[in-house]
Write a new protein. Structure first.
Length: 155
């Protein structure tokens, strides 16, 4: 995906967050923009941290059985514990992986940080193997920075 597409996606997300006052609706708009503008993003969701669990918020794609994930569990829980973006090129080769859909081949999980504290995550699955690279990481870490104050105000 080109840098231009990433810039456009980020601009659309920035616009959605600025114009939407309700946190839940703002998060939903972000999920919609990412799902519609990035064709290789098959499942897009936002988890919010509640206590020591990640709780599924807005998402687009098949319903996931993993609506609550403990810190340290799955790739989502690992990213929350490490406070780092995790990219998995082949989910079936990663013992941490909690399956959401049989078609999923790769995944990226980006923590949403408020200072040093994890407040949520952006989780994206792709039906293509090794679908996520540095460009996706940069884009989604920028989106996470834009989302942090939105999520902070919804907690
Ligand atoms: N695959 C994630 C679980 C969430 S579903 O993909 C939506 C994980 O391993 O934590």
């Amino acid at each position: 995906m080109s840098v231009d597409t990433h810039d456009q996606t980020l601009a659309n997300i920035d616009d959605a967050i600025r114009t939407e006052r309700d946190p839940e609706r703002a998060m939903r708009r972000v999920v919609e923009v990412l799902k519609h503008q990035m064709p290789h993003y098959t499942w897009v969701g936002i988890y919010l941290l509640e206590g020591d669990e990640l709780v599924l918020g807005p998402f687009l794609g098949k319903p996931s059985p993993h609506t609550r994930i403990r810190i340290g569990s799955g790739i989502c829980g690992a990213a929350a514990r490490e406070r780092e973006t995790i990219i998995v090129d082949d989910v079936n080769a990663d013992s941490r992986y909690l399956a959401c859909s049989l078609e999923t081949k790769s995944e990226i999980v980006v923590p949403i940080m408020s200072g040093a504290r994890v407040v949520g995550e952006i989780d994206i699955d792709s039906d293509q193997p090794a679908a996520f690279g540095d460009g996706d990481k940069r884009l989604l870490e920028s989106v996470a920075s834009l989302l942090a104050p939105v999520i902070g105000s919804s907690a």
